[in-house]
Design a protein around this ligand. Structure first.
Ligand code: NAP
Length: 441
């Protein structure tokens, strides 16, 4: 095993009760460091990564993390015909194709259940439980840290930064929280699930990805007015097969308004939840711990014990698919502007210019006439239309824009130039989701 930290220690402790598995070597960075688990009898603790490739090892368990040494070890272990088990989502999301190709070449199992949503056996569910079915949509809370932060913002009426420090003190958030709060961690998991479900490798950078940093306590007030809450969701869908057998895959990560009565809204705290829609089962929901020593180690252990089972390829059948960044949804847009006659009319005018119809406008009573917040929920439209409006709103900030010189555009004048889309936007659930779960009246 490479790594003897949070997850590695849990794996050793759980497997201490299983007679069939023997640890020969555990490779760590500092062999002299005290461990919070019992080193198995006869197991050597080393700093020599290469020693994991010796002939007395059948299976390499990689629970160190990182995308360089760990990735290199996995490739070399596979080349030597060894089974590989890992919890490393960063390496998997970057190199799933290469790793799966290397393992397929030697027909050695390559298992990574713990890499997505820690304790929820979602990869095994997709690969085994749904074999023969056709997944068309995945929606999920894929990051426990951000779900914990959003839950507390809603419950206590506080801002994101007020909760972040607590989350760090409790060990939910890293010292550098960017991967969680910007949505990159959840995006990696979304890409892995899309690959497994639709056979298409998504370019992470091409996805629309908004974390929670722009969500404020005011948004929870507006959400409550709509009997909703806010969750950071990863969503990926695949169309029916089009002509030529191609499917169109869409994927995005965004804070979303969710009706409080739904299963997704009920997942609070550091919980993860994945909702799958497949042709034969319809909607199925999987909820549980997304991280932590025991849930994550259990997923690693299940993979290790599965290695004795007959070989099956690590990826679903590959399919021709095309990625489409743009997607349809209803969008929520919160603006802060000066209290002036016609301000909201000009905002809705910009939306109308972009062909966007307004579903509702919400405004809490004014407390500061220089910073008046209002929230607009649109009817269904495309992300690109909303992005066009956002860029027109932000264009006027910090520089003088001569709106009148822009062809075919109504001059927004002072009031809208002063509008600051301080949150930008949240997506309300797509109509596809509404159809099945009736989330939106
Ligand atoms: N923690 C979770 O809840 C969780 C959930 C899902 C997935 N994961 C994934 O599981 C993996 C491990 O996470 P963790 O929380 O267990 O990390 P951790 O507690 O920091 O442990 C990492 C271990 O790897 C060892 N290590 C690091 N770099 C090494 C190197 N170059 N050579 C040899 N050993 C090295 C460290 O050795 P020393 O102890 O000597 O420093 C340590 O024992 C990561 O890929 C993570 O993304 C974790």
């Amino acid at each position: 095993m490479m790594g003897g930290g949070v997850v590695g220690g849990g794996v050793v402790e759980i497997l201490a009760k299983h007679a069939g598995v023997k640890f020969n070597r555990i490779c760590v960075r500092d062999a002299s460091k005290a461990r919070d688990f019992k080193i198995p009898e006869g197991c050597e603790v080393t700093t020599n990564v290469d020693s994991l490739l010796q002939d007395d090892i059948d299976c390499v368990v990689e629970v160190a993390g990182g995308t360089t040494i760990a990735y290199d070890l996995m490739l070399r272990a596979m080349a030597a015909g060894k089974s590989v088990v890992t919890a490393n989502k960063a390496a998997i999301s970057l190199h799933l194709d290469e790793l799966s190709e290397a393992s397929t070449k030697v027909q050695a199992p390559f298992l990574y259940e713990a890499a997505v949503c820690g304790g929820i056996p979602i990869i095994n569910t997709i690969q085994s439980g749904l074999r023969g079915d056709s997944i068309n949509r995945i929606v999920g809370i894929m990051n426990g840290t951000t779900n914990y932060i959003l839950s507390r913002m809603e419950k206590e009426g506080v801002q994101y930064l007020d909760v972040l420090k607590d989350a760090q003190d409790l060990g939910y958030a890293e010292a550098d929280p960017a991967a969680d709060v910007e949505g990159w961690d959840a995006r990696s998991k979304l890409c892995i699930l899309a690959k497994l479900s639709f056979g298409h490798t998504l370019d992470e950078q091409a996805l629309y990805c908004q974390g929670l940093t722009r969500v404020s306590k005011e948004d929870f007030e507006y959400a409550a007015m709509m009997d909703s809450t806010i969750k950071l969701l990863g969503v990926t869908t695949a169309s029916e097969e089009e002509e030529g057998g191609t499917r169109t895959v869409k994927a995005y990560l965004s804070p979303m308004l969710i009706k409080k009565s739904t299963p997704i809204a009920s997942a609070s705290g550091a919980t993860n939840l994945i909702s799958l829609n497949s042709k034969h089962i319809g909607e199925s929901v999987y909820m549980g711990a997304g991280a932590g020593r025991w849930p994550t180690a259990q997923s690693v252990v299940a993979d290790i014990l599965r290695i004795g089972a007959p070989y099956s390829p690590p990826l679903g059948a590959s399919a021709d698919a095309r990625f489409e960044r743009d997607f349809e949804s209803r969008f929520y847009l919160r603006c802060v502007m000066k209290d002036q006659i016609g301000a909201i009319a000009r905002l809705t005018g910009l939306l109308a210019d972009a062909g966007i119809s307004v579903f509702s406008i919400l405004q809490t009573p004014i407390t500061d006439r220089n910073r008046v917040a209002c929230a607009v929920v649109t009817d269904e439209c495309r992300l690109s239309q909303v992005e066009g409006v956002i860029s027109r709103l932000t264009e006027g900030i910090g520089k003088k824009t001569n709106w009148s010189k822009r062809p075919n555009r109504r001059s927004p004048r002072a009031t809208v130039r002063d509008a600051i889309p301080c949150l930008s936007w949240l997506c309300e659930e797509s109509p596809e989701i509404q159809k099945t779960t009736r989330l939106v009246p």
